[in-house]
Design a protein around this ligand. Structure first.
Ligand code: PMP
Ligand code: GLN
Length: 386
């Protein structure tokens, strides 16, 4: 038999699938994979159900249904002052995941380099490598997750085609500041490259402002801005990605999208279009609710003996396991607490290319769960480590 694709055949199941399966096997509280424990807003679900019953149910347009594309442009204008023409500068994809794939397929040629910032979301590397690209990782420095400017600039070279920037950032909850973004923009301009901006947690920030890189001087022509309805409306299974980019760049992405999925279920698109029209208070309340959950879990973990790192966005916080005196790596630790304490987390080393040289003392907890669930998880961990 001939070998399958060299990049994908060497991949294991994702750390999220592995840990969720282990959590299910042991009946443990799953604070691993990032998904809310509710069903999402009832009005949105009713709208989707109505569109399924009443139609349309045949292929919608390749780039997305008109009301959703208009809603993406209106959303970006309302929250960030971005001026995007919905006809040429918006695209609907099958989740942010497909938008990432379409970006790499649309932009990369074999031999191109892509800079990523570690700890880095798991799907970027295999997709970049499958296109013949090479990944150049730059590491942030915990516990404050600082970006060393010299190290960042050193990752760029003559072959750099693009940077992937995830802010708010999974798995550590960092939200890049204007000062950091300004330096990033300068470096990008100096090396004449594109930026794939993964902003799926754009509305999930706690007391800090999310600034799309696209809004900085010189960046609009170079940035692909990717959002996710799954995250905005707490329906992660819906997989509706929302993309904004200048027309020329978008055309490259859309050509990839037309051959990957071509389009996205129309009922979900139309329901998301209604959702994006919700008033500002819907978006701010979502962040406020999550912020309280984050504080609650952080307090519980601190009481249980962890040292919680700063996090100002996303569904996640990172915690240092060193004070617990556990003898083993972050991977051992996550397996141990799943089996012995009944709580599941994700090891942060999974977010590094060189897992041997990665920090082995940090784990990620997801806090987009009912308060009672978070309290029970913290109580279980405290009981176990006491
Ligand atoms: N990017 C990041 C950083 C994520 O955490 C996720 C997780 N869901 C995605 C992209 C994928 O989003 P979607 O579910 O819309 O494909
Ligand atoms: N984005 C989710 C997380 O970080 C996982 C999505 C997935 O399972 N691929 O937990």
């Amino acid at each position: 038999m001939k070998p399958a694709n060299a990049v994908f055949s060497k991949q294991d199941a994702t750390i999220f699938s592995v840990m969720s399966a282990l959590a299910a096997e042991h009946g443990s509280i799953d604070l691993g994979q990032g998904y809310p424990d509710g069903e999402g807003p009832e009005d949105l679900r009713r709208a989707a159900a109505r569109y399924i019953m009443d139609g349309p149910n045949q292929y919608p347009p390749m780039a997305g249904v008109v009301p959703l594309r208009q809603a993406i442009a209106a959303h970006d204008s309302r929250f960030y002052g971005i001026d995007a023409a919905w006809q040429t500068e918006t695209l609907v994809t099958s989740g942010a995941t497909e938008a990432l794939a379409a970006s790499f397929m649309g932009l990369l040629n074999p031999g191109d380099e892509a800079v990523v910032i570690e700890p880095v979301y798991d799907s970027y590397r295999p997709l970049i490598e499958a296109m013949g690209g090479a990944v150049r990782p730059v590491r942030l420095h915990p516990p404050a997750w600082t970006l060393d400017r010299h190290e960042f600039a050193a990752a760029f070279g003559a072959n750099t085609k693009l940077l992937v920037l995830n802010s708010p950032m999974n798995p550590n909850g960092k939200v890049f500041t204007r000062e950091e973004l300004t330096f990033i923009a300068e470096t990008v301009l100096e090396h004449d490259c594109f930026v794939v901006c993964d902003e799926v947690y754009e509305h999930l920030t706690f007391g800090v402002e999310h600034i799309p890189l696209m809004t900085l001087p010189g960046m609009a022509e170079r940035c692909v801005r990717i959002g996710s309805a799954g995250k905005i409306f707490s329906v992660t299974g819906w997989k509706v990605g929302l993309v904004t980019a200048r027309a020329e760049l978008m055309s490259a992405l859309a050509k990839a999208h037309q051959f990957i999925t071509f389009t996205v279920p129309p009922a979900l698109q139309l329901a998301v279009a209604e959702g994006l029209e919700k008033e500002d208070v819907f978006f701010s309340r979502l962040a406020q609710d999550l912020s309280l959950k984050k504080e609650r879990l952080a307090k519980g973990l601190t009481t249980a003996g962890f040292e919680v790192l700063p996090a100002s966005g996303t569904y996640f916080l990172a915690a240092d396991i060193t004070p617990l005196g556990f003898n083993g790596t972050d991977v051992d630790f996550c397996r141990h607490i799943t089996r012995q304490a009944g709580v599941t987390a994700i090891p942060l080393s999974a977010f590094y290319a060189d897992q041997q040289q990665a920090p082995a003392h940090l784990v990620r907890f997801c806090f987009c769960k009912e308060t009672a669930v978070l309290d029970e998880a913290a109580a279980r961990l405290k009981r176990h480590f006491d």
